[in-house]
Design a protein around this ligand. Sequence first.
Ligand SMILES: Nc1ncnc2c1ncn2[C@@H]1O[C@H](COP(=O)(O)OP(=O)(O)OP(=O)(O)O)[C@@H](O)[C@H]1O
Length: 363
Amino acid sequence: MLGKGKNVVLDGVSMVFGTFTAVRKTDLEIGAGEFFSILGPSGCGKTTLLRMISGFLEPTTGRVLIGGDDMAGIGPNRRPTALIFQNLALFPLMPVWENVAFGLEARGMPKRKRRERAMELIDLVALRGQEDKLPGDLSGGQRQRVAIARALAVEPAVLLLDEPLSALDLKLRQHMRAELKSIQRKTGVTFVYITHDQGEALTMSDRIAVMNHGSVEQVDTTDVLYDNPATPFVATFVGEQNVFRGKVAEVAEGFAVVEGPDGRLRGRVREGLSKGDAAMVFVRPERMQFLNGAGLDNVVTARVDRRDLEGPFVNLFLKRDANEIMVHIVNSGAAGRDLDGEQRVGFAAADALVLPTGDLARD
Ligand SMILES: Nc1ncnc2c1ncn2[C@@H]1O[C@H](COP(=O)(O)OP(=O)(O)OP(=O)(O)O)[C@@H](O)[C@H]1O
């Protein structure tokens, strides 16, 4: 009943509007049946990349291949893709099932068969019982599922989703994440998902490409992206980070020591840094600990500034001169309530990553 997922290859693709380069030369391979996200801040070129895959834009340079076929000169309607936007554009006067079956009529499928096919898809997106309602009588999340069923009805090999959840409230968005992932798994269709929401990308994707200023900075699985970001931008765009600046004092056996205003800090390093280079040390807030006398590879003294209760966990913010340090602790009782004044916080060298100085996501 459903199209089988195909791979998408971008081979030296770029997009220039007049004198402005929206997407720099990009090579990317999205696997058949993969849930692949393109993540980045507003204006970084995500939608432009998606429009080149869908055929609404012809790339300035390079080729788009879907399932091995070069898409040059092939319009959006003739590509094995379907597109879902934030603005769903459902037909308000058509019941749910006719909305889902809409693309099938153009293919000359008789009405009874169309309804049958629509019902299969309505089951897939868990909307059984809603098929005769009008879109206006559904919740936002249900409407979203109608749009997904409609896009899947035409049996695309690749489903392109452009921030489809951004109009929904937080609870519904979180629920729809699980739902989208399960639909993707059941169908085996390749999903290319555009978002600026790193939480969304991390929870749903097999792999993520992080974009910044028209370039893909890193493509990796979610765990690798979180634990081993390739650049300061990726390190700070995906999740929270503590950042310590300084100069490399030593490099040996996969670790570097960075000397700066926060002292001598040791962390993991890849190639590309030598003694004297400007560097940044990144540590996730959940890898920082308050040190009650105990030692750790790295120790920083800072003053407790504020405590944010998030419910299941607590974020403690400490100040050290101009630097803010965030420590994330599990709320197993009165977490962090009695902490104030100067405190020693620390982290293991294995939990810190040293990268060459670069642009941060939230500068
Ligand atoms: N047709 C166009 N002509 C000129 N510039 C364009 C055109 N389309 C997009 N751009 C520019 O290209 C850049 C990338 O736009 P794009 O829509 O791809 O970003 P995005 O990452 O999807 O952002 P958002 O999350 O805000 O939608 C932006 O600076 C935008 O203004």
